[in-house]
Design a protein around this ligand. Structure first.
Ligand code: FAD
Length: 405
């Protein structure tokens, strides 16, 4: 029997396993894909803080490009922002593999090509049922604590009755030839382009970029798919002038919490075992940008430490500290982001122009204080201005009226 079994070898799972193993727990990661990090469903834009949080100090070959700022486009307005600190475009497959290696170096074991299909409490321990994805062979193993780090599908949560209320954003992305504006990420907001979210261009160098978009399907026409909208986006004059064809396509989904109260990430089973959810499985994602790597790493560390403590003391009540600790760190940011997302979902194109115009007038302030992991720090300042309050109230009422909470 293991002290801790982590389901999923993404950033959240690898970090949770590393910290559980470092804290002395016998730890196993189970990953359903044969190769860690593949397939990739990510634009790979992360902050310098996230790179530091990964603790990958040696070989940083996962970094593909340095991003110096952003160009923000609303339907009839454009502004360029210089970032206080560079961000990075990374190669997620290499990044995830490096994190897995670090977990192993700390003492965790990893099995790949093995899918967790069931979890039950039996004889005082959690029994985890697995299937070998190529041979179909079934097996079972025991654990004191299971960490569900299995991404947006959140299988562990479903198997254990821990469903988190969330809204799924649907995404499509191509990697291809694109004459970029140097090292600036581009963001395109507007109801026509990407209802409920935005489109992006992340340059990997002067000639290659990841171009994608996400939509909140509750706010788009029933017939529009992210792929169809992406194709339309690629044919818009501004993009079409630069874009010269793609060589890879990915889809994917991003889970946004529907409300903090509906994010229960700890389950204690008869005081004899426990389950924690982390990363996308727990909807620990920034609602404003959809980025989940940094929060996954942060919360993974907490989950690993707390799981190891519960396993070594046998006191499963300790697991409750996990929820308290991660909420203290990112709870307010997620709650704020949920409101901004609701607002964005119902904004009209001229509202986007007005907001970005106002932000543009105080561009220096964003450049000075903006933080991609904690966007509320700067947005809170703007939202308090009278013009914004009026616009926000009008649109939040519109949201509540049309879609309820
Ligand atoms: C199009 C797109 C673009 C994005 N861009 C960015 C970005 O630029 N920056 C950013 O920070 N975030 C971005 N994200 C979000 C980011 O990819 C996720 O938040 C992040 O990968 C979450 O990490 P995780 O470890 O929780 O889950 P994942 O990385 O999804 O890892 C979960 C792992 O669990 C495994 N698994 C699932 N079920 C089982 C099972 N039953 N048994 C065993 N293994 C299982 C999966 O195979 C997978 O390897 C993007 C997402 C999408 C879809």
């Amino acid at each position: 029997m293991y002290d801790v079994v982590v389901v999923g070898a993404g950033p959240a799972g690898c970090m949770a396993a590393k910290y559980a193993a470092k804290s002395g727990a016998s730890t196993l990661i189970i990953e359903k894909n044969r190769e860690i990090g593949i397939p990739v469903h990510c634009a790979g834009l992360i902050s310098k803080r996230a790179v530091e949080e990964s603790e990958l100090t040696g070989n940083r070959s996962f970094i593909r490009n340095r991003i110096r700022g952003a160009i923000i486009h609303s339907p009839n307005y454009e502004m360029q922002l210089e970032a206080r600190e560079d961000a990075y475009a990374i190669m997620r497959d290499r990044f995830d593999r490096a994190l897995a290696k670090e977990a192993m170096n700390s003492g965790a074991e990893i099995i790949t090509g093995c899918e967790v299909v069931g979890i039950r409490l039996s004889g005082g321990e959690l029994r985890i049922q697995t299937v070998d994805t190529s041979k179909g062979k079934k097996e079972e193993m025991g654990a004191k604590v299971v960490i569900g780090a299995d991404g947006v599908r959140a299988g562990v949560a479903k198997m254990t009755g821990m469903r988190i209320k969330r809204n799924l954003l649907s995404c499509a992305q191509v990697e291809g030839h694109y004459d970029s504006e140097g090292a600036y990420a581009e963001v395109f907001a507007g109801r026509e382009i990407a209802p409920g979210f935005f489109a992006w261009v992340i340059p990997l160098d002067d000639q290659i970029a990841r171009i994608g978009l996400c939509i909140d399907k509750r706010f788009s026409s029933p017939h529009s798919t992210p792929l169809a909208l992406l194709k339309r986006f690629l044919s818009q004059p501004y993009v079409a002038r630069r874009y010269r064809g793609s060589y890879s396509y990915t889809g994917g989904a991003i889970p946004l919490a529907a409300g903090l109260k509906r994010q229960k990430t700890v389950k204690i089973v008869k005081d004899r075992g426990g389950i924690l959810l982390v990363g996308d499985a727990a909807a620990q994602v920034k609602p404003i940008t959809g980025g989940g790597v940094y929060y996954g790493l942060r919360c993974g560390k907490i989950a690993g430490e707390v799981a190891a403590e519960a396993a070594s003391t046998g006191d499963m009540q300790v697991l409750k500290h996990y929820e308290r600790r991660w909420r203290r760190e990112i709870g307010k940011e997620i709650a704020f982001g949920i409101w901004v997302h609701r607002l964005r979902c119902v904004l009209r194109d001229d509202d986007f122009d007005r907001i970005f115009h106002a932000l543009g007038r105080k561009r220096w302030r964003i450049e000075e204080k903006g933080d991609m992991d904690y966007p509320s720090l700067i947005l809170n300042e703007f939202i308090k201005e009278p013009g914004f309050i009026k616009l926000a109230v009008k649109n939040i009422i519109r949201y509540m009226y049309i879609y309820g909470r």
